[in-house]
Design a protein around this ligand. Sequence first.
Ligand code: AP5
Ligand code: ZN
Length: 212
Amino acid sequence: MVGPPGAGKGTQAQILASELSIPKVSTGDIFRANVSGGTELGQQAKAYMDRGDLVPDEVTNAMVRDRLAQEDARGGFLLDGFPRNVAQAETLNKILDDLGARLDVVLELRVDEEEVVKRLSGRRSCRNCGHAQHVVFDPPKTDGVCDSCGGELFQREDDKEETIRHRLDVYREQTAPLVQFYESEGILVTIAAVGDVKDVTARAQAALGRAS
Ligand code: AP5
Ligand code: ZN
């Protein structure tokens, strides 16, 4: 999946991966788990993430290579948040070649920047399962508690308005060129990622059905 921060990649990836019975591989979630766990990888990534910059490619690519080699990814996987620039996309092609796998489809979620700022400034993320809710668009049943698992909801360090704006600049400069990259590989499908979550899911499923 490709799309700006706040496009709903994590939200949709969770639903689609569970329906397809394949693991969701979210580089942002893996980094955040490592930051909370205080691992060396987490220490390498934290400062970049807090500023809204990309973690260096060597670190990210090695992590993805390891993750995709795991047993549960053999029957397929859904990537959320990777690749994030053309160099990562080229490395991904090599990783997939080595695994004897290939990308079937790249789903682009399109949404405008003002909507993104509204979504991210109101987002509350679960410390336990990573599920994202929203103070207005998807308010938790109990204040501060994840509807999905009962874990504690918190505001991500990079969800402050100034950092959100910087992440959007990074997206425009480094990640948006991937749309062209995958269009030229003939595997890009684009949907509007606005409206109800379930309507976006239905659009994604229809687009994936047409592409496969
Ligand atoms: P990452 O975690 O990947 O963040 P991101 O791409 O900025 O995406 P977000 O998680 O912010 O948004 P999302 O599109 O998943 O939206 P969500 O579903 O939560 O990356 C974080 C950092 O990690 C990066 O800045 C970087 O430092 C590092 N990193 C990660 N991958 C990397 C890589 N490959 N290379 C280098 N560094 C990397 O939804 C957002 C909100 O909107 C939620 O509150 C949700 O409830 C709400 N919402 C969702 N859908 C709708 C809807 N249809 N209508 C209304 N509200 C909605
Ligand atoms: Zn949870």
